[in-house]
Write a protein that binds this ligand. Structure first.
Ligand SMILES: Cc1ncc(COP(=O)(O)O)c(C=O)c1O
Length: 321
């Protein structure tokens, strides 16, 4: 059974061998592949477009006229949601877990171009963002609007369906039995991938937030997504790597910086400093330690996030020549 979705350009992204990067890491030829979900079609691309195809379908089916979601100031998810709203004729409210920055940078510039209604809530924890999204929805309803609530990162069971599709696409082209590396923020991407891959054993989720246990949460979300499309619960047990968080979400690490340089100087591919760079740093560390054998077919899911590189915080990585 397939789920309802609207076409926002989130599907059929390239999944290609990355032999130059693979060789630099000592993989055998044809063993390392990259799924280019940074190349989804909406407002700079990224992994959230896949989730939004399902979430927007649900919103339109309910008669919603405004999408409400939230995240950190540099949320790629909020940017892509604002673009999805424009493409489908809805408004979009973004709830942010901080004060507004003095100077707009990165994703915020694009949010403003997209006409996002920004609500800056001051410093909020992960779960408080979801509560603030609900509160904004209640306020909008009281004003006679029809909001559709999208949790942080779009990680509802409906949103996770987008990543079942991505796994299906991976399995059509990548070598059989590939393991899949992906960054884990709110968990929906990993949850959907696990369902699509059919076994948690094939998934390595790289945590970029820290301070939490992911196993139960991601498996539960995967189960709920699987039930929506009558797929079986995946067997096995997902691996979660917590070694790349550094001092916390978004903090620069030397391993991430090195992974960014390696990817761009072998494949011309730009990773981001918050998610995909840290996921690649985990893959590099696992290959170098031998935990990931040279003959293990491996797919790295590039989840996007490039605008987040264009902020002041990471400029020390790029000294003036
Ligand atoms: C670029 C990028 N990669 C990975 C993720 C993580 O995806 P998820 O929140 O589904 O775990 C995000 C989430 O915001 C993201 O923006």
């Amino acid at each position: 059974m397939t789920a309802e979705r609207v076409d926002l350009g989130g599907h059929d992204t390239p999944c290609l061998p990355a032999d130059r990067l693979g060789a630099a890491l000592g993989f055998g030829p044809g063993m390392l592949w990259i799924k280019r979900d940074d190349l989804t079609r909406l407002a700079g691309g990224g992994n959230k477009v896949r989730k939004l195809e399902h979430l927007v379908a649900a919103a339109l089916a309910e008669g919603a006229d405004v999408l409400v979601t939230g995240g950190a100031a540099q949320s790629n998810h909020v940017r892509q949601t604002a673009a999805a709203a424009q493409l489908t004729g809805m408004d979009c409210v973004g709830v942010f877990s901080s004060d507004p920055p003095p100077v707009p940078e990165g994703n915020i510039i694009i949010d403003r171009l997209l006409g996002l209604d920004e609500r800056w809530m001051g410093p909020l924890g992960f779960h408080e963002v979801d509560a603030a999204i609900t509160q904004v929805c209640d306020e909008l309803e009281a004003e006679g609007r029809a909001p559709y609530r999208i949790p942080i990162g779009g990680s509802s069971p409906v949103g996770a369906l987008g990543y079942v599709d991505s796994a299906d696409e991976i399995d059509q082209v990548a070598p059989a039995g590939s393991v899949v590396y992906v960054a884990v923020g709110s968990g929906g991407t990993a949850a959907g991938l696990g369902v699509g891959l059919g076994s948690w054993d094939r998934l390595m989720g790289v945590d970029v937030v820290g301070g939490r246990s992911l196993e139960g949460f991601v498996a539960r979300l995967g189960s709920e997504a699987a039930a929506l499309i009558h797929r079986p619960d995946p067997g096995g047990r997902a691996g979660f790597d917590r070694s790349q968080v550094g001092e916390g979400y978004g903090t620069p690490t030397e391993e991430c910086h090195a992974a960014l340089e390696l990817a761009v100087r072998t494949e011309g591919i730009i990773l981001d400093p918050v998610y995909s760079g840290k996921a690649m740093a985990a893959l590099v560390a696992d290959r170098r330690s031998g935990r990931l054998p040279a003959d293990q077919p491996t797919v790295f899911v590039h989840t996007g996030g490039l605008p987040g590189l264009l902020v002041d915080r990471y400029q020390s990585w790029f000294p003036q020549p």
